[in-house]
Design a protein around this ligand. Structure first.
Ligand SMILES: Nc1ncnc2c1ncn2[C@@H]1O[C@H](COP(=O)(O)OP(=O)(O)O)[C@@H](O)[C@H]1O
Ligand SMILES: [Mg+2]
Length: 262
């Protein structure tokens, strides 16, 4: 029923159902700003405050997808956002995102975006001693910094890019699983909708092995680049709290960032 209505009245429904009442509870939804992607959700976006895993191979577009969520929140939906970077330096991110016409520095100055630089602290820590390196990746340390950034700009969106690096420093599978649980707990306790990016273990083209931690997230989105056909694909594998379209959709990375083909 929902999907039939969506096909007939896309705009109407999405503009008006940013909030719904379901079972006596007010549900709110958060748009990514990628129009055709938002249209895959019954209410035009992620359920507010969901913690969502974004899974994909290298170069599949995860970092761009993450920053687009933050950028669109800041510019279109009056939701400030924190981008936690563990892989690329903030300077590099600003430069990469400028290729889509996104002026990240300006939004940082106006308090709409905050980049939490966990790369530089890692490099500095490396020079001093291993112990600090580990503490730098301590979930509690990150939680404290994240909290400061969220409060400073009143953030409603958070992106962590990426978990792959965090896992590298855990001593065992058990430890990294425990850290991850704690991270999800920290994110869930805050009034933020978050994307947690991680590297997918792709066993062969098109087949993605799902890491066991996927069940801990409210949602799972997978992205991939098929190097044979040069096609990029995105799919919503799971999203608690909303009906969504199943299936895999093509997307492009072009001048304005990611756009999903209907
Ligand atoms: N300005 C741009 N225009 C089109 N495609 C781009 C642009 N910038 C980056 N890309 C594409 O995006 C890819 C990197 O995306 P990214 O989000 O960094 O991947 P991931 O984080 O999954 O490793 C590049 O390999 C390139 O194919
Ligand atoms: Mg990346």
């Amino acid at each position: 029923m929902g999907s039939i209505l969506i096909n007939i009245f896309p705009k109407l429904i999405y503009e008006h159902l940013a909030k719904t009442h379901q079972g006596g509870i007010v549900m709110e939804y958060v748009k990514t700003g990628i129009t055709e992607f938002d249209h895959l959700f019954a209410h035009g976006g992620y359920p507010k405050n969901n913690t969502i895993l974004v899974l994909g191979g290298p170069g599949s577009g995860k970092s761009i997808f993450g920053m687009q969520f933050i950028y669109m929140g800041a510019t279109l939906y009056d939701e400030a956002g924190v981008f936690v970077t563990l892989e690329e330096t903030p300077e590099k991110i600003r430069r990469n995102m400028a290729s889509f016409g996104w002026d990240i520095a300006e939004l940082e100055e106006s308090g709409k975006i905050s980049i939490l630089d966990a790369v530089s602290s890692r490099i500095e820590a490396q020079d001093i001693e291993m112990d600090i390196l580990e503490r730098g990746f301590d979930v509690e340390t990150m939680a404290t910094s994240l909290d400061k950034h969220i409060k400073r700009i009143g953030a409603r969106r958070v992106v962590i890019d990426s978990l792959a690096v965090m896992g590298m420093y855990a001593k065992s599978e058990f430890e990294s699983r425990t850290k991850l649980l704690r991270l999800i707990d920290v994110l869930s306790q805050k009034e933020v909708t978050s994307l947690v990016i991680t590297e997918a273990r792709t066993s062969e083209i098109g087949v993605t092995e799902f890491p066991p931690e996927t069940f801990m997230f409210d949602g799972v989105i997978s992205m991939r680049l098929n190097t044979d056909t040069q096609e990029r694909k995105i799919a919503i594998r799971k999203m608690r709290g909303t009906k969504h379209v199943l299936g895999t959709f093509n997307f492009n990375i072009e001048e304005g960032g990611i756009s999903v083909r209907p």
